[in-house]
Write a protein that binds this ligand. Structure first.
Ligand SMILES: [Zn+2]
Ligand SMILES: [Zn+2]
Length: 225
């Protein structure tokens, strides 16, 4: 795994986020310390640090996914990482994110018979701007490690605003039916949906709505939460 990702994404010797020397991975020790793993109690549905079901999960009118789990908290440091990766196109950060995602997969889903890994699609126009789909890249790296095949199952029906610019209620509403199943999907049972960040859960839920229509059971895994 390390070898392949090194070939795909050569690793620089200084920290990806600051001027200091990188430790073992892509970050220096200090930046690494700012990444907070999610462990301990979490909402059984969405994986947020919480005891029992959280308010978001209780209040969601319909839930189409079985559960979401996330590796780390979406704190300031992770926001910085994601913004460099997604909006500044720093693709060398992909293995760092995969290194967070893979242990979370092992921890939560290794005993689940996952038949396929799929990912949240981005709109064609955004794909052109960015040059890559971060969720697809992460799904691919996870697949290299787990040997579970990646299948591109979903398409995005319309362009949605950057989520951070919207209020929660708008966001929930605008994503409704934003995704659909690509033509002729294979018949699948347990499917793992990969994305970079879980915020309100509306993206995961809307993707799951489309997948569940075809009888799939959707489990979700994101880097940050
Ligand atoms: Zn650093
Ligand atoms: Zn929850």
């Amino acid at each position: 795994m390390r070898l392949i990702t090194n070939l795909l994404f050569p690793q620089p010797s200084s920290c990806a986020l600051c001027e200091r020397k990188a430790a073992q991975g892509l970050l220096c020790r200090l930046c690494q310390q700012d990444i907070e793993m999610i462990d301990g109690q979490h909402c059984e549905r969405c994986g947020r640090p919480h005891e029992g079901l959280c308010d978001d999960c209780v209040g969601r009118p319909e839930t189409f996914f079985v559960m979401n789990r996330s590796a780390v908290r979406y704190n300031e440091k992770m926001k910085e990482v994601m913004s460099l990766y997604k909006f500044r196109g720093q693709e060398t950060l992909a293995p760092l994110l995969a290194d967070l995602l893979i242990p979370a997969f092992t921890r939560y889903y290794s005993s689940l018979a996952v038949q396929a890994i799929t990912f949240v699609p981005i709109h064609e126009q955004r794909l052109k701007e960015r040059g890559f789909n971060q969720a697809q890249q992460l799904a691919f790296l996870l697949s290299l490690k787990t040997k579970v095949p990646v299948i591109n199952l979903l398409e995005r029906n319309r362009m949605t605003e950057k989520q951070s610019k919207q209020h929660r209620s708008e966001r929930l509403h605008r994503l409704e039916h934003a995704f659909s199943l690509r033509p002729n999907p294979p018949s699948l049972g347990n499917v793992l949906l990969v994305d970079d960040v879980y915020t309100t859960g509306s993206t995961v839920n809307e993707c799951a709505r489309a997948l569940a229509k075809a009888g799939m059971k959707v489990y979700s895994l994101t880097v940050a939460r």
